[in-house]
Design a protein around this ligand. Structure first.
Ligand SMILES: [Zn+2]
Length: 88
């Protein structure tokens, strides 16, 4: 395992952020997940839409990695580009 999640919290954003999962921005005041994690030995911190967080959790991307901002909003894809079930 190369990833270790350290912290996550739901928050209302005070500044706009870029979602890590999808190409859409997170608007000011919007609900978002904040997470801090170790990836391949380096510390990272980022924001996700809450539905993108759900998609991330439904996939194994938090352990296998994913292309930043290249996922469809709120949807998890498998390695072949097919959508995964929302909750297995
Ligand atoms: Zn998103």
């Amino acid at each position: 395992m190369t990833s270790k999640e350290m912290l996550k919290a739901t928050l209302s954003t005070r500044k706009p952020h870029q979602c890590e999962w999808c190409p859409e921005p997170i608007k000011v005041g919007g609900p978002a997940m904040s997470r801090a994690y170790i990836w391949e030995g380096e510390f990272h911190h980022g924001y996700l839409h809450s539905e993108c967080w759900d998609a991330l959790r439904a996939s194994n991307a938090s352990e296998d990695g994913f292309a930043l901002q290249e996922q469809p909003r709120g949807t998890a894809m498998d390695g072949y580009g097919d959508p995964l079930p929302a909750h297995a």
